[in-house]
Design a protein around this ligand. Sequence first.
Ligand SMILES: CC(C)(COP(=O)(O)OP(=O)(O)OC[C@H]1O[C@@H](n2cnc3c(N)ncnc32)[C@H](O)[C@@H]1OP(=O)(O)O)[C@@H](O)C(=O)NCCC(=O)NCCS
Length: 184
Amino acid sequence: MTPQADLNPLLTTPRLRLEPQVAAHAPAMLAVLADPRVHSYLPSNPPTDPEALRGRYERLESRRSPDGSELWLNWTVFRDSAALGTVQATVHPAEHLADVAYVFAPAAWGQGYASEAMQAVLEHLRATLGVQLFRASIDTRNVASQRLAERLGFVRVAEVKAADEFKGALSDEFVYERTAAPLG
Ligand SMILES: CC(C)(COP(=O)(O)OP(=O)(O)OC[C@H]1O[C@@H](n2cnc3c(N)ncnc32)[C@H](O)[C@@H]1OP(=O)(O)O)[C@@H](O)C(=O)NCCC(=O)NCCS
């Protein structure tokens, strides 16, 4: 089995440092997640309880789902000392499949940070964990996320009606996939 440190390692890119997410990142991430625009197309709302967020990150430090069958990998993305966002991968080892997601603070949008961070995570998942297929489920209204997925080489493969609970209603999602061939 891959050692814990190698599952969710520190990753670096020309501009960014992706630190394995830990409870100590909760205050910085609380600030990132405080802006309601972040949650426009997510089922979540801005977190209000710092201790609850810290507790959630602490549980995620196990890097596994409660039943142990999935890897739950999370990184906090920093530029210098500023936390810009987070990247998440749910790895289904038996299927060589990873579901990926990303959330960045509005101040960091439009500068290629999400794309740069995601490329590093996809390459890690492919090269170190043997993932062969990446998948992203994106609200049909979330054009910025769809553009990012397409820039990363993802292709829309399905539309799922009423896919997720969304603030008292149901939301539709597009499913995007990308094989894990090296980028570029
Ligand atoms: C989804 C999300 C991460 C996309 O962020 P983003 O800023 O559009 O994505 P990037 O950081 O890759 O930036 C892309 C833009 O920066 C530009 N860019 C790319 N590389 C760049 C670079 N090196 N320097 C400067 N700009 C660059 C690109 O031109 C691109 O603009 P374009 O879309 O007009 O072509 C962001 O909207 C977000 O966090 N939303 C809230 C949470 C959310 O909905 N998450 C997705 C759930 S499925």
